[in-house]
Ligand binder design. Structure first.
Ligand code: PEP
Length: 249
């Protein structure tokens, strides 16, 4: 059985004062059925890890460099993130692809580095609105899956987040049928490439304007194993009902 995952991506939000939100989540969700993950900015990872050491919350980073060390000013390696308390890293988020021109090959190289360092990876993919309207969604997903996911994954250390770009931070959400179609497609493609046993173990998250009001319906879709949540993960008050909805499935 795949353990459900409620993952919060804080993006470039959060200073020391916001560690209290993680503390509240850890206290509120003792004994949670689902795995709860917060990916704060890298500056907060170490302090957050002191809060989450024994509780139900695990930590992730939002990016890593593909090299283990070296002359890369401003970048952070996977080993450094692990050392700071992360056990996951989000890779290939559409904001990284857009703001930093990251290509599938970059995402794949970063994923290999992260896996080699002992992190689990959450690899993001999703279509732009024009691509959806042109009927190209599944082609885009197939090509991002082929290019961004390296060969050296296992079912346990790979999570895929389907995040339509047009749904991120916009309040727009695809229909339940559209989400289901992409998640079924992802599962089938994973099976073709990695075999049934691995494909069955990979968790598939939906991301894009998930909120308390729509979480229950989204989590009821087959092959949706949780969510990657941006805005609604920034406070414990907003994230808690989403976690509860996932626990109730
Ligand atoms: C995200 O950034 O991955 C995301 C899904 O954001 P939001 O939930 O705010 O749409």
């Amino acid at each position: 059985m795949r353990r459900k995952l409620a993952a919060g991506n804080w993006k470039m939000n959060g200073t020391s004062a916001d560690l209290a939100q993680i503390e509240t989540l850890a206290r509120t969700h003792v004994g949670a059925i689902s795995e709860i993950l917060i990916a704060p900015p890298a500056t907060l990872l170490h302090r957050a890890s002191e809060i989450t050491r024994t509780g139900p919350v695990t930590l992730g980073a939002q990016d890593c460099h593909a090299s283990g060390s070296g002359a890369h000013t401003g970048d952070i390696s996977a080993a450094m993130l692990l050392d700071a308390g992360a056990s996951y890293v989000i890779l290939g988020h559409s904001e990284r692809r857009g703001d930093h021109a990251e290509q599938d090959s970059d995402v794949s190289a970063k994923a290999s580095a992260a896996l080699g360092a002992g992190l689990r990876v959450i690899i993001c993919m999703g279509e732009a609105l024009q691509e959806r309207e042109a009927g190209n969604t599944l082609d885009i997903i197939a090509s991002q899956l082929a290019g961004s996911v390296p060969d050296d994954v296992s079912g346990e250390n790979l999570v895929i987040a389907y995040e339509p770009i047009w749904a991120i931070g916009t309040g727009k959400v695809p229909s339940l049928a559209q989400i289901g179609e992409v998640h079924d497609f992802l599962r089938a493609r994973l099976e073709q490439r990695f075999g049934a046993q691995t494909a069955r173990a990979v968790r598939l998250l939906y991301g894009g304007s998930v909120k308390a009001a729509n979480a229950e319906q989204i989590f009821a879709i087959p092959n949706v194993d949780g969510a990657l949540v941006g805005g609604a993960s920034l406070t414990a008050d907003d994230f808690t009902p989403i976690i509860n909805a996932l626990d109730a499935i």
